[in-house]
Design a binder for this molecule. Structure first.
Ligand SMILES: Nc1ncnc2c1ncn2[C@@H]1O[C@H](COP(=O)(O)OP(=O)(O)OP(=O)(O)O)[C@@H](O)[C@H]1O
Ligand SMILES: [Mg+2]
Length: 439
């Protein structure tokens, strides 16, 4: 059967109870008057720490002192260090009602603004303005903040599985199954749809694997709203703005013109979906020429159902429903349209991914595609993957056979286990936090 975008649509309009419920939630959430960045952007009387804590947004959040946050993170100890991005380091901590009456005992992630870093007060405040007001099961919950002298911190709910980037590309992470990948894709899509469909749409602008956080049950939540923007108002079709975002994820028309729409987020969603299908990073300078940019390299193959098996992540070992993979690939293909118009809305994407999830719930045992085994060393594997390096990201124990045993006995015989680890270390694993700037 030839799979076309249109042929997929009718099945997607099968409205289930959950969808109706989530739609109601979206309506309910967007009915209050959300304050926008403009409401706080008065150069003649800039917002003060007191102003923020007394504002409507501040009343939703806890205004922590620096001393409190130092205590809960054990003096920002290295043992509590979770990672670091363009904003600054992130530490694990624990808060309870000893800090504030009624505060739920919980593990938190405390993000400390690095004042010498890429981001500053504006991004910190933007995060508070958006996340202080937007609440949704697929957005990370902001619990509070600290604004004291030069210190700017943010306190979030803690998501034990870290980012999708760690899960997909981390050296020691477990290979995500097909159904888990689709659950994450659906969750992230719902988060974006919620932002886009509100009365005052929000453009997220920095959708990427490292900004999708994963809960213990693999619920995906969007984090990092420092670059978020209010969508176009009135008759405007787009927002004109400085070009910022992350290489490899930003939409071509936004990079070319600075015109930002919700469709720019849809493109970035397509990039992340492609990363999930292929297990490859959107940009990897270690790949050979012509393969560095994942979208340019593999997008053309996504619309051909016969070629899908060849682009799929080898670590899935063919364990996925072929039709589901074709549909997901077609969703990615449409989201990655060069021009914004043919891209689907995030609402459309949610509907399609929901049908995939239903199907995968109905068929607990994934269908194995024999074609994968035949083509596992296909043209779509980079040199390092052909040498087996990529598999180091997988769990040591899979299918009852250790990787070591498999490696030594398998077709890659010839490289030792230890050597393989060393080779893996040589493969650059970089987090591209560089921001586009026009000047
Ligand atoms: N709420 C959270 N719960 C658990 N881990 C978190 C949380 N927030 C951030 N982290 C971890 O902290 C690390 C740094 O996150 P951060 O968002 O600052 O940077 P990034 O997303 O990697 O890069 P960028 O600056 O491009 O957004 C990530 O590895 C992430 O897994
Ligand atoms: Mg981030």
């Amino acid at each position: 059967m030839v799979l076309t975008w249109k042929s997929m649509i009718p099945c997607c309009y099968k409205v289930d109870d959950e969808l109706v419920r989530s739609k109601k939630n979206v309506k309910k959430q967007s009915s209050f008057q959300r304050l926008t960045l403009l409401d706080f952007d008065d150069p003649s009387s800039p917002l003060s720490a007191d102003g923020l804590s007394n504002s409507f947004i501040g009343s939703n959040l806890i205004n922590f002192t620096f001393t409190e946050l130092r205590e809960v993170t054990h003096h920002f100890s290295s043992a509590n260090f979770l990672g670091e991005g363009g904003f600054g380091p992130v530490y694990k901590g624990f808060v309870d009602d000893k800090l504030r009456p009624g505060l739920k005992p919980q593990v938190v992630a405390v993000k400390v603004l690095d004042t010498d870093g890429l981001q500053g007060h504006k991004e910190w405040l933007t995060e508070i303005i958006f996340l202080g007001q937007l609440r949704h099961p697929h957005l990370v919950k902001l619990i509070g903040y600290c604004w004291e002298d030069n210190n700017r911190l943010l306190v979030y709910e803690f998501l034990p599985r870290g980012s999708l980037e760690n899960q997909l590309f981390g050296k020691f992470s477990i290979t995500l199954s097909w159904s888990t990948r689709m659950k994450i894709a659906l969750g992230a899509a719902k988060g974006l749809a919620f932002l886009h469909e509100g009365e005052k749409p929000v453009i997220y602008r920095d959708f990427k694997a490292s900004n999708i956080l994963i809960n213990s049950d693999y619920t995906a939540k969007l984090s990092d709203f420092g670059l978020a923007k209010d969508g176009p108002a009135g008759d405007d079709t787009h927002v004109s703005t400085r070009i910022m975002g992350t290489h490899g994820y930003a939409a071509p028309e936004y990079i070319m013109t600075g015109h930002l729409t919700t469709m720019s987020d849809v493109y970035s969603f397509g990039v992340v979906l492609l990363e999930m299908l292929t297990g490859k990073r959107s940009l990897d300078k270690k790949r050979r020429e012509g393969e560095t940019n994942l979208v340019e390299w593999l997008r053309p193959y996504l619309k051909d159902p016969k070629k899908i098996a060849r682009v799929m992540d080898r670590r899935l070992e063919g364990e996925y429903p072929i039709k589901g993979a074709q549909t997901a690939a077609l969703v990615a293909y449409k989201c990655l349209s060069h021009y914004p118009k043919p891209r689907p809305t995030m609402d459309d994407v949610v509907k399609i991914l929901e049908t995939l999830q239903e199907e995968s719930n109905n068929t607990d045992t994934a269908i194995s595609d024999p074609m994968i085994t035949m083509t596992s060393n296909s043209d779509f594997s980079s040199e390092s993957e052909k040498n087996g390096e990529k598999e180091d990201a997988a769990t040591p124990e899979r299918n009852g056979r250790s990787r070591k045993e498999k490696y030594l006995n398998g077709k890659n015989q010839g490289y030792g286990w230890r050597q393989r680890i060393n080779r893996q270390r040589m493969v650059a694993s970089y987090s591209d936090t560089a921001l586009y700037r026009r000047h």
